[in-house]
Write a protein that binds this ligand. Structure first.
Ligand SMILES: C[S@@+](CC[C@H](N)C(=O)[O-])C[C@H]1O[C@@H](n2cnc3c(N)ncnc32)[C@H](O)[C@@H]1O
Length: 225
């Protein structure tokens, strides 16, 4: 049997440590919890999804590896399928940042009860960071990976008593990621956007309404690069 995960999902799984009981919300095929149990990192998991098809796919993977005793499946939206204190943490991966925000916001007390949350937005990571910052979460770790030609940011958060003051650069680029500028993948992601914006700026007429915001964005990118 091949227990390999994609780099993106493996990084999410690694980021859950040291937690041993977790919920994977939006699990689809339940690959992450299955590998987590098979490699001994996790003791128990809940694999949840809003879709019947994805949950059936999860059940198939779980049965294939004979993990029915260790992984429970739940059908329903977001965190509504979880009871307080039954898992130490949650992973929500492979969705847009806005959807992750709405899942957390719809059940804020449960969101704030987890020891850690591993969040992997496909887009709008900045919106997710802004929401976390405004709702008493601290970003305790961040990773960025290039997987099959796409960049993915993984945000690890935990609830805290006081609001953590994050700057605009922290929210846009990640408070931990942006301080590690030598990180090749981080540099590649934002250099790519910088180059793309430069080429747009050179093609636009001087009085184009987009120019001002593009130039502001370039100044921010220059600062972080
Ligand atoms: C692209 S898949 C990601 C699967 C896996 N987490 C990964 O990262 O590879 C997104 C999954 O999230 C599920 N989903 C979307 N909205 C959801 C919600 N509000 N609550 C739970 N699951 C949701 C979808 O049904 C789908 O199976």
């Amino acid at each position: 049997m091949n227990y390999d995960l994609s780099l993106r999902l493996q990084t999410c799984l690694n980021s859950l440590a040291p937690l041993q009981t977790v919920a994977d919300v939006g699990t689809d095929h339940a690959y992450l919890p299955c590998v987590g149990i098979l490699n001994g990192q996790l003791k128990k998991a809940i694999a949840a999804d809003i879709g019947v098809g994805p949950l059936e796919a999860a059940k198939t993977t779980i049965a294939r590896y004979n993990l029915n005793e260790k992984i429970e499946t739940r059908l329903g939206p977001g965190l509504t399928v979880l009871n307080p204190s039954e898992v130490e943490g949650v992973v929500i991966a492979g969705m847009g940042g806005k959807l992750i925000v709405s899942i957390l916001e719809d059940n804020i007390s449960l969101s704030q009860s987890f020891q850690r949350l591993v969040l992997q937005p496909n887009i709008d990571a900045n919106l997710l960071r802004a929401w976390l910052a405004a709702h008493q979460f601290e970003i305790i770790d961040e990773k960025i990976v290039l997987d099959e030609g796409k960049f993915y940011e993984i945000i690890v958060a935990k609830p805290v008593e006081e609001l953590v003051p994050y700057s605009e650069l922290d929210i846009e680029f990640g408070p931990i990621l942006r301080l590690n500028k030598e990180h090749d993948v981080f540099h590649a992601k934002w250099s790519k956007e910088f180059a793309k914006n430069e080429s747009i700026i050179h093609q636009l007429p001087v009085n184009h309404p987009r120019l001002e915001s593009l130039k502001q964005r370039q100044a921010l990118l220059k600062e972080v690069l």
